[in-house]
Ligand binder design. Structure first.
Ligand SMILES: O=C([O-])CC(=O)C(=O)O
Ligand SMILES: [Mg+2]
Length: 631
């Protein structure tokens, strides 16, 4: 019974709130917890001598067959309540089951002795590097992307540090596995692949209790929440509660790409029902089986959530809105932008990344932003968000009046070109783009008439950049810039191969979801990935490390410029308007530094004094997943 002499971690809230006085008394008496109590964050570390406790156990707790009934579960009568008491012991078997502390076969001999692991592991001791190699080998064995995804999720739930080391060191290969496009399929099938909860579910049933629900989450030092209501998951539509895969994936990138501690990240899904009949009739669906609540009922739940988050975590908590439908996304950003540190990834993150790509592309096509003409297919969050940020950059950098800047930008939605005669019936976020022009129904006619230099797809509908459309762009421009941003791959407006082939290799192409390099006429073209994953991790790190409490457009522009500055001549020579993801942590540190610098400049930073070298400071704040040595 040597292994019983060890450290245990008890969660304060669980001691005080979830244990009945009776069971607590029985525990404290029988376990004889010694008095060395030190507090570390929200945890209470107690040295206990369980060895003694075993000898002193009340005979009632010992069951006949010799199995000790510590928790009264075996002896309790049916009408007696039993507390579902758990103690997490940071050693022995539980240490191996704890994803934050587990090192698997990398536990040294000394650690195996000290932490009661002898016999629980096979004799070999291997390095973390060898573990990475082994895991990568295993993941490569799977042919189906969803299997790779599930293997990665299993790893995240069993050995968090190994998961992050693997992801960081092989980011180009594994990003499409844990994130877009595979995460889209994972959300579609989340009901059947769901194993363990990876975030908080806040449904209409939790109304009035959201603060309590937040307190059920085991970590207290939360710095970033990514929240969705599942209504517009990528370009896949309403996936209800199964949208949870998105906050989980985004937050994995916060840690891997932006260096925010995993324990400081909280994925949240707000479940107000779904209008997806297929899910409502799916026996494995995990969410509320009802149509979406709207209007006041919806607003009240979200408002309670926003208030509870600030109450529980304070003013500096960053809340990233993700994959909300247009009809809520703009209003939520507008409303909570005034009172909370909020950021909408689909409106602002996508805008910032695309602007960065365009700034870099100017080096290939020449001129300033104001010399170009932009045509969008799709006038939702991404389309209007990007359009507004491009106009803002022209205004700030070239003193182009905002109204004139907007006139260089045209949007097409499902009803055709957005023009002034449609103004009355347009949603408010489309109105600034309703310019004077004859109505045009088809995209190809809009391309021929408007003659854009840049074509951007944000419609969420795949295959809409047809051969006619792309050829029309190629007829007008020597180097047409074509960005097919909708996700996942199935919703991309065109493929990389189509873009290069239909423009005879002249396109400057990037897409939201990754495409492999394309060989055309003996040349290899490497498409860039214009995905907000370049921006949000570094952007969030910059906000957190400066201690700011509000997001400003100037910070988004700073992030774009920082990202564009990371595109090298070598990248441009290959036609790439984004740097490779391989260096993403360095890129994120640079973005974070520029965002933080802007926060300091605007007087919005709460962490004073300002560090001298913000890039170094950002790097020093970043989480690294190497194993610590356990005493
Ligand atoms: O998740 C992604 O890959 C990009 C994004 O925010 C979206 O498409 O909604
Ligand atoms: Mg999104």
């Amino acid at each position: 019974m040597a292994s019983l002499n060890r450290c245990i971690f008890l969660n304060k809230t669980h001691i005080s709130s979830s244990c009945s006085p009776l069971s607590l008394k029985r525990h404290s008496e029988s376990l004889k917890l010694s008095s060395v109590i030190s507090e570390r964050n929200d945890r209470v570390l107690m040295e206990s001598s369980l060895k003694d406790s075993v000898l002193e156990l009340d005979p009632v707790s010992a069951v006949n067959d010799g199995v000790l009934d510590f928790y009264g579960e075996v002896m309790a009568m049916e009408d007696q309540g039993v507390t579902p008491w758990t103690v997490s012991v940071a050693s022995g078997y539980n240490l191996l089951r704890n994803p934050h502390h587990n090192k698997g076969l990398a536990f040294t001999d000394k650690e195996r002795d000290t932490h009661y692991l002898r016999g629980l592991l096979p004799p070999t001791v291997i390095s973390q590097d060898l573990q990475v190699k082994k895991l990568l080998y295993r993941i490569r064995q799977y042919q189906v992307p969803l299997q790779k995804y599930m293997a990665m999720m299993d790893l995240q739930e069993s050995n968090e540090k190994l998961f992050y080391k693997l992801l960081i060191e092989h980011v180009e290969e594994l990003l499409p596995v844990v994130y877009t496009p595979t995460v889209g399929e994972a959300c579609q099938k989340y009901g059947s692949i769901f194993r363990r909860p990876q975030g908080l579910y806040i449904s209409l049933r939790e109304k009035g209790k959201i603060l309590e629900v937040l307190r059920n989450w085991p970590e207290m030092g939360i710095q970033v929440i990514v929240v969705t209501d599942g209504e517009r998951i990528l370009g896949l539509g309403d996936l209800g509660c199964q949208g949870m895969g998105i906050p989980v994936g985004k937050l994995s990138l916060y840690s891997a790409l932006g260096g925010v501690r995993p324990s400081a990240c909280l994925p949240v899904t707000i479940d107000v029902g779904t209008n997806n009949d297929k899910l409502l009739n799916d026996e494995f669906y995990i969410g509320l089986r009802q149509k979406r609540a709207t209007g006041q009922e919806y607003k009240e739940l979200v408002h309670e959530f926003m208030a509870a988050v600030k109450q529980n975590y304070g003013e500096k908590i960053l809340i990233q809105f993700e994959d909300f439908a247009n009809h809520n996304a703009f209003d939520l950003l507008e409303k909570y932008g005034k009172t909370h540190l909020v950021f909408n990834d689909d409106i602002q993150g996508t805008a910032s990344v695309v602007l960065a790509g365009l700034i870099a592309a100017l080096k290939l096509v020449g001129g300033t932003l104001a010399d170009h003409k932009f045509l969008f297919l799709g006038a939702g969050e991404a389309g209007t968000g990007i359009a507004e940020l491009i106009a803002l950059e022209m205004f700030k950098k070239m003193n182009t009046p905002l109204e004139d800047a907007r006139k260089k930008i045209w949007l097409v939605d499902s009803k055709g070109l957005i023009v002034s005669s449609r103004k009355e019936s347009l949603q408010h976020f489309k109105k600034p783009w309703a310019h004077e022009h004859e109505p045009i129904q088809d995209l190809v006619d809009a391309v021929k008439d408007i003659k854009p230099t840049v074509l951007i797809g944000t419609s969420g509908v795949g295959r809409t950049f047809t051969k006619d459309v792309v050829e029309a762009m190629a007829a007008i421009n020597k180097k047409p810039i074509i960005l097919a941003l909708s996700n996942p791959t199935s919703q991309s407006e065109c493929t990389a191969e189509e873009a290069y082939t239909w423009t005879e290799g002249r396109a400057i192409f990037a897409s939201g979801s990754p495409f492999d390099p394309v060989e055309y006429n003996g040349n290899v073209f490497v498409p860039g990935q214009a995905n907000n994953a370049y921006i949000f991790p570094g952007f969030g790190l910059g906000l957190i490390m400066s201690g700011t409490i509000r997001v400003r457009d100037d910070m988004l522009l700073a992030a774009s410029e920082a990202l564009a500055a990371q595109v090298t001549q070598e990248n441009l020579d290959k036609g790439l308007i984004f740097p490779p993801f391989t260096n993403i942590r360095k890129i994120s540190a640079n973005i974070a530094a520029k965002v933080a610098a802007k926060a300091y400049e605007l007087g919005l930073a709460g962490r004073l004094p300002q560090p001298k070298d913000l890039v170094k400071h950002a790097e020093s704040c970043m989480y690294t997943p190497s194993y610590p040595n356990y005493r």
